[in-house]
Ligand binder design. Structure first.
Ligand SMILES: [Zn+2]
Length: 367
């Protein structure tokens, strides 16, 4: 296939992929079926990893020989919303203007998936010495919710073990070896309503939640002060912050309930479980104090989704040289957004990010 044919085929596939308006959180069966049909027609057996309800599915397949040491090419099928954003073109129709292609997901990251699919006939013809695997996930944009399942499914499904995973997030084709980890937590504070004049005999859930929000800020400052710094990232430290704070009934009523949603982004050397455990300990301390006045007072924290692990692939890892030999680079970078790379690394595959498109074109609401 000539470069021109390859580009045309990539564009055709990308326009088809962009036309599926599958947002994170929504059923992705339409786009998954499209990709499945393409693989079928190419004679590549593929495997689905369904969610419990059967409304979403991830896909993986192998191209090439059954030998150890292959390479996984991974992308997510979902995109971020377009609502409230100033689009000059239909976001779900690929539009060409000059040399640029516009459409939701062209950069993040249907462009990469289109490249993989367009190259499939060449991969089949190439008499590969090691296999290539495709791994396409769902719900990446709402907390990388299928990445860990997909990585585990690949590890368990194939008798042979792939060595590398390249996650094709937009890095301008740079080799990215480090990412922060990320988690979102929901904390609910339950107290008892009462007249505001009686506040010293009760406990306002809003006031107590405010203490928790401040704890998060103080914890972040404490980590910085203790030298938990990683200059590969901007900012160069872990961050904790409450993004949603809701509670209360009226100004003259002691709040019976308050709800916090907070996010934690950690540099690879910080331990999210230790941070969460410190937070929980503080919650238990507050409960012990407040229950003297309000016996039913309690604080509960649940994760919105499993924590997305950080990525910290060593510079000497084989995948770094391998990826740099493909993209012609001799350096590595770090990314400030979260992706599934850490999940693939946790499943036992050396992982990096490397893909077409630039973070400059990413939506502001990228996770
Ligand atoms: Zn992405």
């Amino acid at each position: 296939m000539s470069n021109h044919d390859y580009l045309q085929q990539t564009k055709t596939l990308l326009s088809q992929l962009v036309a599926f308006p599958v947002l994170g959180g929504q059923s992705n069966l339409s786009i998954a079926n499209f990709i499945g049909t393409y693989l079928d027609q190419s004679g590549i057996p593929y495997h689905k990893v369904d969610n419990e309800e059967g409304t979403k599915t991830a896909i993986h397949c192998r191209i090439g020989p059954v030998v150890e040491g292959g390479v996984i090419l991974s992308g997510h099928m979902d995109v971020v919303p377009t609502e409230g954003q100033a689009w000059d073109t239909d976001p779900f129709q690929l539009t060409t203007q000059g040399e640029k292609w516009y459409g939701r997901g062209t950069t993040d990251m249907k462009g990469f998936i289109a490249c993989c699919l367009a190259m499939l006939p060449e991969m089949k013809k190439a008499n590969l010495k090691k296999p290539i695997y495709f791994a396409f996930s769902y719900d990446e944009e709402i907390g990388c919710r299928s990445g860990a399942l997909l990585a585990k499914a690949i590890r368990e499904h194939y008798d042979e073990r792939p060595a590398f995973a390249i996650i094709g997030e937009p890095t301008d084709m740079q080799t990215v070896t480090a990412e922060k980890g990320m988690g979102v937590f929901e904390t609910s504070v339950f107290s008892r309503a009462g007249h505001s004049s009686q506040v010293r005999n009760g406990a306002s859930a809003v006031q107590e939640a405010a203490k928790l929000a401040l704890w998060l800020e103080n914890k972040m400052e404490a980590l910085i002060a203790a030298g938990h710094i990683d200059d590969r990232f901007s900012p160069n430290h872990s961050t904790l912050q409450a993004g949603i704070f809701k509670g209360g009934i009226a100004p003259n009523i002691i709040a019976d309930y308050c709800h916090l949603e907070w996010d934690l982004r950690i540099i690879p050397t910080d331990d999210w479980q230790a941070i969460l455990s410190d937070f929980e300990q503080y919650c238990r301390e507050r409960e012990a104090i407040v229950r003297a006045k309000v016996p039913e007072f309690k604080i509960e924290t649940v994760p919105q989704y499993p924590f997305v692990p950080a990525l910290d692939t060593p510079a000497e890892a084989g995948i770094v040289d391998f990826t740099n030999s493909l993209n012609g680079q001799n350096q590595t970078g770090s990314a400030s957004f979260a992706s599934e790379a850490g999940q693939f690394a946790e499943a036992g595959f050396e992982a990096v990010l490397c893909g077409p498109g630039s973070v400059e074109q990413l939506s502001l609401i990228h996770i």
